[in-house]
Design a protein around this ligand. Structure first.
Ligand code: ZN
Length: 99
């Protein structure tokens, strides 16, 4: 419902992160800088959901050393949908779409 409402309100970017079947964290209107991490088909990080004191948290782990000024990316792992979102990562192994 929120995703549709944001589209209607003209909010073009999605900052929704599915934690599990029943939970989605919405960083559209508030959240830390991690909400601006872009997708990449060959990312240098990965996202993992961990539980701390009964609260689920999204943690971004690096997969490799990351240089100063190197962009931090992870694979959004969006579900496959009919309406495709083009991927702009420009890596050799780009899948072409996020979903
Ligand atoms: Zn890509």
């Amino acid at each position: 419902m929120r995703e549709k409402r944001y589209v209607q309100e003209g909010i073009g970017s999605s900052y929704l992160f599915r934690v599990d079947h029943d939970t989605i964290i919405d960083a559209t209107k508030c959240g830390n800088l991690a909400r601006f991490i872009n997708h990449c088909c060959t990312p240098n990080c990965y996202a993992k959901v961990i539980t701390i004191e009964a609260q689920k948290k999204i943690v971004i782990y690096s997969k490799q050393p990351i240089g100063v000024n190197e962009e931090i990316t992870y694979d959004y792992k969006f579900p496959i949908e009919d309406t495709k979102i083009p991927c702009l990562c420009r890596t050799e192994s780009c899948r072409g779409t996020l979903n």
